[in-house]
Design a protein around this ligand. Structure first.
Ligand code: NAP
Length: 272
């Protein structure tokens, strides 16, 4: 049984934000400012981050146990809407959200970062996954800046002729799957300025950048720095977003919520 805190019970409408991104946290802030106590917010996190940002509303942590359980959570919690503000590479939870919202008949919005656009000066190599990136790296250089997350590092272990500068947002609980003398770890959370990114790549004499094609402005600076330096970039292609209504920024998401509220307020509440 979905148990919601008392603060949620007082709210006229209930929103579940699927989070784990800066955008999700910014969205919760913006909704609180725009709608106040009218919308009770629950932000759901997978539980990967040890110190998640504090956001307005309630927080729940951990997987739901698949789409059926998420659908049950939505029904039992009497949620009025869901905003999927997860990372573009978090494809499983987004698929789960689509199936669950369809089943529970809860309107769902996908807040998706706009995809990056290639500039003529960019030297991008788009690949399917980290395995394909690992095959390509030796053709492009030896000193490699990697920002793909800890779980995608294993395929680089076989590249004995390369050295890696690995940047993660948090210190990983599990060891990095590379020999100690073949990498340096930087723990830092963006956004970063283009100048900072450029200086970092110059300091380490980076030959090639490997990144996820996440899109959006928060992590774009490294691509702009690579462009300025004329460096090749291997981009892991992002999964196609789940179909449904989409917003590319917080303003569009707030507009969607406003429309949803207007629609709901035309219908007398069925709650007991
Ligand atoms: P994923 O592959 O889509 O999800 C794996 C499982 O984790 C899901 O099936 C779900 O478990 C659970 N889960 C994921 N996001 C959840 C959420 N917000 N609330 C509750 N359960 C969630 O996702 P992922 O790539 O592992 O990413 C996990 C989280 O980290 C996401 O919330 C995402 O926004 C954030 N993140 C991911 C990346 C990335 O590159 N993938 C980067 C930055 C942040 P059940 O099936 O049991 O419900």
């Amino acid at each position: 049984m979905t148990v919601l805190p008392a603060t949620m019970l007082d709210a006229a409408h209930r929103l579940l934000i699927l989070g784990g991104t800066g955008e999700a946290a910014d969205l919760a802030d913006a909704i609180q400012s725009r709608f106040g106590a009218r919308i009770g917010i629950v932000t759901s996190l997978a539980g990967r981050t040890e110190h998640p940002r504090v956001v307005p509303g309630e927080r729940r942590i951990g997987g739901f146990g698949g789409p059926q359980e998420l659908s049950r959570y939505l029904r039992e919690g009497r949620f009025d809407f869901v905003i999927d503000a997860t990372h573009p590479f978090a494809a499983k939870i987004s698929a789960s959200a689509r199936i669950a919202c369809d089943a529970a008949r809860v309107p769902r919005l996908v807040l998706i970062r706009p995809a990056w656009q290639r500039d003529p000066k960019d030297r991008w190599f788009e690949v399917e996954d980290a395995q394909s990136a690992a095959k390509l790296i030796p053709d492009l250089g030896k000193l490699v800046f990697v920002t793909v997350g800890r779980r995608a590092l294993a395929p680089f272990a076989g590249l004995t002729g390369c050295w890696f500068l690995i940047r993660l947002v948090e210190r990983p609980k599990d060891p990095i799957p590379l020999p100690n003398n073949r990498y340096e770890l930087i723990v830092a959370r963006g956004p970063f300025a283009v100048g900072e990114e450029r200086a970092l790549m110059e300091r380490y004499r980076i030959d090639v950048l490997v990144a996820k094609a996440s899109g959006g402005i928060a992590t774009e600076a490294k691509l702009l720095a690579a462009r300025e330096l004329g460096l090749p970039v291997i981009l892991l292609s992002r999964p196609a977003p789940e179909p449904g209504e989409m917003a590319e920024n917080i303003g569009q998401a707030l507009d969607w919520l406003t429309r949803m509220l207007e629609r709901l307020d035309e219908i007398p509440p069925a709650r007991t």
